[in-house]
Design a protein around this ligand. Structure first.
Ligand SMILES: [Zn+2]
Length: 449
């Protein structure tokens, strides 16, 4: 459906345009954003007044969010998530573009698989941007056909979930991807050190002991590889330690092309938590939740922009994968539908930090991927089909009270009351998500038709 209506009294936040205007009226016609003005009166067009009902700060209109980091589990585990269900969860969270990781089963590690994945995602509720693996089978031993994967549609290169590639392989990947204007996304955890600490012989993905040094060392190695490559762009995924932030800061001060993301859970949760969820493995995530000192460092780095983007690391798992004891449970939690609210409520990004948060959900991730990578510019263009989100930063809701779009429910936030609710998500002028209980869109537009 391509709706026609006037939104009354919203705050318009458009970071790339430098725009932060209170109390604007916004006119949509057949899904096109026609005008933003102090007052718009169009006879016969339904008016949705968010000024009166929006609470203290009022509702916000911004370009659609971009999630740099999601696991959509297809192919391989459609009971946990599919591209379709993951895309609907993204839309419910205000995301209009979502970057799908390559560690599916089989992994997306060849041009044919990239092409298949892109074709499969074509009908999804939001734009799904596909990552290609850096190494065959994510094993770290042999580079994929990076040029071929990019030609087939890959938006970036990453072995996320694993970090087995040697620095030399990473240098090659950075140069090759960089020549095609693509970033390499690195999951910075030192697999060798984790194997030793846990006395593990096979995969280290489920190992529970992952002290801060295993991340800091991997961050340092990746940044050295970038310096050595002398080309390309590096993006560090889900940073979690204060030391990582300092290493990142030095690299950026030194002029290196490195960006970074933080997850809502590393912004909002730390160990030990007051009341662990049941089962406790709902808190198990790679990298793990750290100390309050680390968490504060993450919030500070995101506020000042040393960390460029909030990324969910949405990691759906079937119940049985999380019901096991902590040590053998799968790592990760879902996050697409709760990202905005978690950042506002427990992640230190509410109130006066809202414009910064919107920047880190739109322009920041856009910068990390880079113009020309295939990501769409997150900007409110008048006259064009709208790709945007309307949210109420003050509206409260309880996680899980209404059915979620995701096929999985592995989040420690289940049952929590959060602030910040997405009301409407438009993609190319079509309604991708609509909270009908808070925004009477269909009824009002129909009544005025
Ligand atoms: Zn990861």
């Amino acid at each position: 459906m391509r709706p026609t209506f006037v939104l009354r009294g919203v705050r318009v936040l458009d970071p790339l345009s430098g725009r932060d205007d209170e109390r604007r009226d916004v006119w949509f016609e057949d899904g096109r954003l026609l005008a933003i003005d102090a007052r718009i009166d169009k006879g016969g067009v339904a008016v949705i007044d968010l000024d009166a009902s929006g609470g203290r700060h009022g509702a916000v209109l911004s370009p659609g969010f971009i999630d740099l980091h999601a696991h959509l589990r297809e192919p391989g585990d459609p009971d946990a998530e599919t591209v379709s269900s993951g895309a609907r969860a993204a839309a419910a969270g205000g995301f209009t573009q979502v970057v799908a990781m390559a560690n599916t089963d089989p992994p997306i590690d060849a041009p044919e698989r990239v092409a298949e994945a892109c074709a499969h995602a074509g009908g999804a509720a939001v734009r799904v941007l596909q990552v290609a693996a850096l190494s065959r089978g994510l094993s770290g031993s042999e580079l994929t056909d990076i040029r071929g994967c990019i030609a087939a549609g890959a938006v970036a290169i990453s072995d996320d979930g694993r970090n087995a590639a040697t620095p030399r392989l990473l240098v090659d990947a950075l140069r090759t991807a960089g020549a095609s204007a693509r970033a390499v996304l690195v999951h910075p955890e030192d697999e060798e050190a984790i194997a030793q600490i846990n006395n593990a012989h096979g995969s280290v993905v489920r190992c529970a002991q992952r002290p801060p040094g295993t991340e800091s060392r991997a961050v340092d190695l990746a940044i050295r590889a970038l310096a050595h490559a002398g080309a390309g762009r590096l993006h560090l995924q889900h940073l979690s330690t204060a030391e990582s932030v300092e290493t990142l800061r030095r690299a950026r001060d030194g002029g290196l092309a490195v960006t970074a993301e933080v997850t809502p859970h590393h912004l909002g949760m730390w160990q030990p938590v007051a009341q662990p969820p049941e089962p406790a493995a709902l808190l198990k995530v790679n990298p793990p939740l750290r100390t309050e000192h680390d968490r504060n460092a993450m919030v500070h780095a995101l506020r000042e922009g040393v960390i460029d983007a909030v990324a969910t690391d949405h990691a759906p798992h079937r119940r049985v994968e999380k019901g096991a004891d902590y040590d053998s449970a799968a790592p990760g939690m879902i996050g697409l539908e709760t990202a905005l609210a978690a950042c506002i409520t427990i992640g230190g990004m509410g109130g006066n930090w809202l414009p910064a948060l919107v920047e880190r959900l739109t322009a920041g991730p856009y910068r990390a991927l880079g113009a020309g990578s295939g990501v769409f510019e997150p900007r409110l263009h008048t006259g064009e089909p709208a790709t945007c989100v309307v949210f109420d930063p003050d509206a409260e809701w309880v996680v899980g009270a209404e059915p979620s779009a995701s096929r999985s429910s592995n989040t420690p936030l289940l049952g929590e009351r959060l602030r910040g609710k997405v009301l409407l998500t438009l993609v190319d002028g079509r309604i991708a998500y609509h909270d009908a209980s808070r925004l009477q869109l269909a009824a009002e537009t129909a009544a005025h038709a």
